[in-house]
Design a protein around this ligand. Structure first.
Ligand code: GAL
Length: 841
């Protein structure tokens, strides 16, 4: 019975994995939390976008400062993404001018009626070295730009009068191996509470016993007393199921009521528990959730309310039998991703992130690694909503930096605070299944440090395993450092897996591919004599750096060692920066710390690259390009990760006028097990996959003739899926399609419009690069444009962009405060124009 029900759920998930409809985002925290994103003034000192310097004046936090010349803006804001790109800037960080000193100021009033309350500002993340002042008084600092933090404004706040909050950010004193962004690039919140209130991230919900009949739910609630007297508070928490709209539906049950005594200026924690009958599990195929609503009362009067969304699921990690979610074996089909949103830079936008995740979900991706830092809260909320598992990662380095001004500079003082902040914030998310203390850190053999960091996490959350991503797995194992971890994360180097499996010392450690493949390609490029040309990379999906491997090779490894937990591919999406193999950053030399010959070879390559200074500014690793268009590899992963979804994909395109009669290999990705290829109706033979060995079907000797390539795929002898690629006519028009034709008015819901250059029959014409101009009529506006070309220096804000291999992207939104229909026009000389109608509602 249960088996049938579960299968029904699983099938359903294959049939409908589109998440364009947007559920509201819910946050853990005090109910009285308001957005504090609007009406900030911004200016930049130190390094400027054009490379010049403007000396930073003193006292920019002063209440008397006149900031009328500053730029007015709403957050989130990334001051690096407006560029311009500069050839002299580092490719590793996107050739963007993100280094500078950013100042933000905001004037605001808190009604006199709020006198006596505590007033906090919560920053979800500010890059980097944030310092905060209120009314000229220094309030505090949080250097690590990826973490969320709270500032208590109460001591310096003027009730009923004007206040000025000033924030200084300094990215000059920050280094990165990828584009980090710059500025207050995540949301900011104003929180008002009673002096006696649930602490910041003050709730922890765990589910120690779960059966189909019931779940025991435990909750710890920390209450802070910022008043001048001791108090006795009553804590009550009701549990609701969250409905399809993320609203508390019916009340399920309540936690035991508890009474707690808290001294003045102190905090105390109460533990309570409840039982949920017939719990609805959170799962990647049915992401059910609950919400705990906590009420704090003193002498019968409610003083504070707080909400904690959570989920009920079991996680089991085994060394011999992989990973189990809710008792079911689940292969981790994950992708690593950096935090930028392509053309939007690092500024968080929920609708952009939701699009990224739904593209990954449709591919069959079921897990995300937040490489190599804590993510935005929205990423975890969307992972909870959409059913992704999350490897939540703290650091890319510890005490010893990969770059000069890395986290190493602040490690000593901040590592504990940063780790605790990450775990306190994220521990109630059902999606978070593994904590990671690092990625390829220099000290990965250091037993003491590994244990120290893992223990900091375990103290806050003893329920989830702790891991670390090793590019020196042998060193990690031999040194014993891995013994301090619950899971061994291996980046790339699986050649020794058989040796580790045979070694009794390592037999009990569950092992995961924390980073795999690193295949590189450029969408729509196919080269026949060389994989690399014009700073682009051929899309036959067989190019990768020396430490990486093809996706197929990794699938072979996974099939050979089925007891491994699965993999996180480097990467799901292309990202800004790190344009390997055209990246001259030396950090990847560390991947060859145990192989001097390969290290030398790479060193020489890097030296050459430095001389040539390639124009590449974003990565080629993505399975999906920077604009969100799937590359061929997308279908290779889909064929493996969604075996029940009938699909077939042919590459390359079939427009090779200059190759008539020349051998032009054809590859097919399919979830079937056999396929027959036809060129202009003539069979080129039937090929079969050998299980565990072949993951694509290859016709290596096809001679190019224009016309139609068709593949018919079979599964277990039955017709399963087909794909057709045709030689197109000449480029003659533009077609437009929107991922969301109707968007929410208010300013941050986005519609992504895919632009294709087609022939008169509507077939996309590959290898076209016509320039397209965009304009909007009505209450909408263009946010950014892109085309996925990793070498383009056209600013993302430009309203004109060439197609890259037949495609371009324009991102639009509704104008703030306005509703109604608007239209987007795309025009190009010789192709006429196309118009698409959208609505902001
Ligand atoms: C890994 C590293 C990643 C990225 C990747 C590129 O060694 O952890 O951050 O640099 O290589 O292949």
């Amino acid at each position: 019975m249960l088996r049938i029900a579960l299968l029904a759920i699983l099938n359903l998930s294959v049939a409908s994995t589109s998440f364009s409809q947007s559920k509201p985002v819910i946050r853990m925290g005090a109910t009285n939390t308001q957005s504090f994103d609007d009406n900030w003034a911004f200016t930049r000192y130190g390094l400027q976008a054009d490379g010049s310097r403007i000396e930073e004046p003193q006292n920019l936090e002063s209440t008397t400062l006149n900031e009328s010349s500053w730029q007015k803006l709403n957050l989130p804001h990334d001051f690096g993404i407006t560029g311009p790109f500069g050839i002299e800037l580092e490719g590793g960080t996107g050739k963007l001018p993100w280094k500078g000193i950013g100042w933000y100021r905001k004037h605001f009033k808190i009604p006199a009626a709020d006198a006596g309350k505590r007033i906090f500002v919560d920053f979800d993340g500010a890059m980097a070295n944030a310092k905060i002042w209120l009314n000229g008084h220094y309030v505090g600092t949080w250097p690590y730009g990826y973490n969320s933090f709270r500032m208590d404004l109460t001591p310096y706040l003027l009730m009923g009068k004007e206040n000025v909050l000033a924030v200084r950010l300094d990215t000059e004193n920050w280094d990165s191996r990828w584009y980090p962004g710059a500025g207050i690039y995540r949301h900011v919140w104003l929180v008002k509470t009673n002096p006696v209130h649930v602490g910041h991230w003050g709730t922890s919900i765990t589910t120690p016993e779960i059966t189909d009949a019931s779940a025991k739910v435990k909750m710890d609630i920390t209450v802070e007393n910022q008043s001048k007297l001791p108090v006795e508070a009553t804590v009550q928490t009701a549990i609701f199921e969250l409905d399809q709209q993320n609203k508390p539906e019916t009340k399920i049950t309540s936690f035991n009521t508890s009474t707690i005594k808290i001294d003045a200026g102190a905090a105390a924690t109460t533990n309570t528990q409840a039982t949920i009958q017939h719990p609805k599990r959170w799962d990647i195929v049915a992401p059910n959730r609950y919400i705990a609503q906590t009420t704090l009362s003193i002498n019968g009067k409610v003083v504070d309310t707080y909400q904690t969304p959570f989920g009920i699921r079991t996680l089991k990690f085994t060394a011999r039998d992989g990973f189990q979610l809710n008792g079911r074996r689940v292969e981790i089909q994950g992708t690593c991703n950096h935090h930028d949103l392509g053309a939007l830079g690092a500024a968080i936008n929920t609708s952009a992130l939701r699009r990224q995740l739904s593209i990954l979900k449709d591919m069959g991706c079921n897990a995300l690694r937040t490489s190599h830092n804590p993510p935005s809260p929205e990423l975890l909320e969307l992972a909870d909503q959409m059913g992704f598992l999350v490897w939540d990662e703290a650091f890319d380095c510890w005490k010893s930096g990969k770059r000069k001004l890395d986290y190493n500079k602040i490690y000593e003082e901040w590592h504990q605070k940063d780790l605790e902040a990450m775990v306190h914030r994220d521990r109630n998310h059902p999606s978070v299944f593994i904590w990671s203390i690092g990625n390829e850190v220099m000290e990965q053999r250091n037993v003491e440090m590994t244990k120290h960091l893992a223990d900091i996490i375990r103290k806050v959350d003893p329920t989830r395993p702790v891991s670390n991503g090793y590019n020196d797995p042998d060193g990690g194992r031999e040194s014993g450092a891995v013994e301090a971890l619950d899971i061994m994360g291996v980046n790339y180097f699986f050649s020794q897996q058989a040796k580790w499996d045979a070694d009794p010392r390592y037999k009990s450690k569950p092992t995961l591919g924390s980073e795999t493949s690193s295949c590189v390609s450029s969408r729509g490029e196919y080269f026949f004599d060389n994989q690399y040309k014009n700073w682009q990379i051929s899309s036959y999906d067989d190019a990768f750096p020396g430490w990486g491997c093809s996706p197929d090779e990794q699938f072979r490894t996974n099939a050979k060692y089925p007891h491994l937990l699965g993999e996180f591919v480097w990467t799901g999406f292309d990202y800004l920066g790190e344009p390997t193999p055209y990246n001259s950053d030396a950090t990847n030399l560390q991947n060859f710390r145990n192989d001097p010959a390969k290290r030398k070879e790479l060193e020489l390559k890097l030296e050459e690259l430095r001389k040539k200074n390639p124009p590449s500014r974003s990565s080629y690793f993505g399975i999906v390009d920077l604009a969100g268009f799937p590359k061929d590899r997308y279908y290779l992963y889909q064929s493996q990760w969604r075996p029940d979804c009938p699909m077939a994909h042919i590459l390359p395109h079939w427009n090779w006028a200059e190759r008539i009669g020349q051998v032009t290999p054809v590859h097919v990705y399919t979830s079937g097990d056999e396929a027959e290829l036809f060129l202009n109706g003539k069979s080129l033979g039937r090929k079969t996959k050998t299980p565990g060995k072949d993951f694509r079907l290859v016709w290596d000797d096809v001679k190019y003739t224009p016309g139609e390539l068709k593949v018919v795929c079979y599964k277990k002898g039955k017709t399963w899926a087909t794909d057709i690629v045709k030689t197109t006519g000449k480029a003659s028009k533009i077609t437009l399609s929107a991922n969301q034709p109707v968007i929410k008015a208010g300013g941050d819901d986005l519609s992504y419009i895919t632009v294709k250059i087609t022939d008169k029959n509507g077939l996309m014409v590959p290898r076209t690069h016509n320039s397209i101009k965009f304009s909007v009529q009505g209450p909408g506006e263009i946010v950014a444009t892109d085309n996925g070309d990793a070498t383009s220096f056209i600013p993302f804000q430009s309203h004109e962009r060439p197609a890259y291999n037949g495609m371009a992207l324009v991102i639009v939104k509704g104008k703030k405060g306005q509703k109604g229909k608007f239209s987007v026009k795309a025009e190009s000389p010789g192709l006429g124009s196309a118009v698409i109608s959208l609505e902001s509602k």
